[in-house]
Design a protein around this ligand. Structure first.
Ligand SMILES: NC(=O)c1ccc[n+]([C@@H]2O[C@H](COP(=O)([O-])OP(=O)(O)OC[C@H]3O[C@@H](n4cnc5c(N)ncnc54)[C@H](OP(=O)(O)O)[C@@H]3O)[C@@H](O)[C@H]2O)c1
Length: 406
């Protein structure tokens, strides 16, 4: 099987290239992207580098991507969400299956406190018939969150006859020794977009609404060793797909992530001066995108100096509250990873590793003919049991807890 990873020089793409190169299911792994130097680093880091190959391609250029994707069985999109619709178009045109790990949130940003009718993910889901007609699969929103948590949620919900509430919670308790700057462990562009640029999305009373960014928070008890942390409601993909694909009467759903106080303070200030925006402005005769200036000034998430010094753990999971018969309970499933263990295994922190592995497992299941669905679908549309078994088989450990609620 031949795979093309677009954005293979990035945090998630490079771990995925390494992971896939360790499996026997893939004959050729093409590392595609704009910059030869970052792709070369990713290639050098692959255990099975003899099966890797570099291709220079710009995700803005559909015609070039189509040429690059010809003959590929699957395109793994590990670029930024603003390119997703273009990469989908090029994959469909080239006759290649497709998988991604997010959606382009910024295409629809409704006013807070109003009913939201359509969400950005609909622009991808709307293409279902075209993909089915070509007998191809577009597997949306893999990764860990979204991704593994969608599978966890479906697995839990299958054991309930009624679902009241879904809570996706993401906590990272880590430090970078000797560093006091503004750093994002994954795509800084995406983090700024979902946390500060977009109004947060919530499913409440059986419909979507938005809230102004960074206004809703709570304390969440993550499983040890992470423990209790403050988490914030942000705009995220799971809220767009889970309530409607899970159904079962689900009335409430929220995605909340831990962000430290300094991150909140800096991001609020950047937002106030318009620096998180992505429309170009004229700065002394030069057209610049304000957010590009911030991300250009920040360290790259794949900076080895930062990654090697990151210590601590991340815990990402799904807690579902619902009923089996007349018994109400919460069932929580999560994955915890240690930054240092991931550094030793993949030369990356747990942040990209936790995203890359479940995605790579989904690609492997597809390669093995164990995912047979066609069309455009999120992870929770699939039978979760074989995927949970594959998570265990390939070392993506999940733990669970059930608690009765009176
Ligand atoms: N589902 C989840 O759990 C989860 C979690 C985190 C992230 N994600 C998603 O995963 C994706 C990758 O995230 P990341 O943290 O790996 O980000 P990243 O480190 O910034 O990597 C993005 C990659 O895209 C490449 N790229 C950007 N513009 C391009 C263009 N025009 N043409 C070709 N390549 C281009 C970048 O290459 P350059 O060096 O050329 O800029 C870089 O290699 C993002 O979509 C993010 O939203 C998902």
């Amino acid at each position: 099987m031949k795979i093309v990873i677009v954005g293979a020089g990035g945090g998630v793409g490079s771990v995925m290239a390494d992971w896939l190169s360790r499996q026997k299911d893939f004959d050729q792994i093409v590392l595609a992207g704009r910059k030869k130097d970052t792709l070369k680093k990713a290639l050098d880091n692959m255990k099975g580098k003899e099966r890797g190959k570099i291709a220079i391609v710009d995700a803005n250029n559909i015609a070039d991507m189509k040429k690059c994707f010809k003959g590929a069985d699957m395109v793994v999109n590990s670029t930024l969400p603003r390119y997703f619709l273009k990469i989908m178009k090029a994959s469909l045109g080239a006759g290649a299956n497709y998988i991604d790990m997010a959606t382009d949130l910024a295409v629809i940003n409704d006013t807070p406190f109003q009913k939201v009718k359509r969400v950005p993910l609909d622009l991808q889901l709307d293409q279902d018939k075209q993909w089915k007609k070509e007998d191809l699969a577009a597997m949306l929103c893999w990764g860990v969150d979204p991704g593994a948590v969608n599978v966890f949620t479906r697995y839990i919900a299958d054991g309930m006859n009624k679902v009241d509430e879904i809570k996706i919670r993401d906590g990272d308790k880590s430090i970078i020794e000797g560093f006091d700057g503004f750093y994002s462990p994954w795509s800084p562009d995406t983090l700024i977009e979902e946390v500060a640029y977009m109004n947060s999305l919530i499913w409440t009373d059986g419909h979507w609404e938005r809230r102004p960014p960074l206004t809703v928070s709570e304390e969440w008890e993550f499983p040890k060793p992470v423990g209790k942390m403050k988490v914030w409601l942000v705009d995220h993909e799971e809220t767009q797909s889970l309530p409607r694909f899970i159904g079962k009467g689900c009335k409430e759903m929220s995605f909340m992530i831990h962000l430290d106080d300094e991150w909140i303070e800096v991001t609020r200030a950047l937002k106030k001066v318009g620096l998180v925006d992505c429309k170009p402005v004229n700065a002394r005769g030069v057209k610049v995108v304000p957010r590009d200036v911030i991300t250009a000034c920040m360290l790259s998430p794949v900076d080895p100096k930062m990654q090697s010094k990151t210590k601590g753990n991340i815990s990402v999971g799904a807690a579902v509250i619902g009923y089996k018969g007349d018994k109400k309970y919460m069932h929580y499933i999560w994955n915890t990873m240690s930054h240092q263990q991931c550094w030793r295994s993949y030369k990356a922190t747990a942040t990209p590793t936790q995203v890359a592995i479940p995605t790579a497992i989904a690609v492997t299941l597809y390669a093995q003919g164990k995912i047979k669905e066609r069309g455009v679908f999120p992870p929770e549309a699939l039978d979760p049991k074989p995927i949970m078994r594959a998570f265990t088989k390939y070392g993506f450990k999940w733990e669970q807890m059930k608690k009765r609620i009176e």
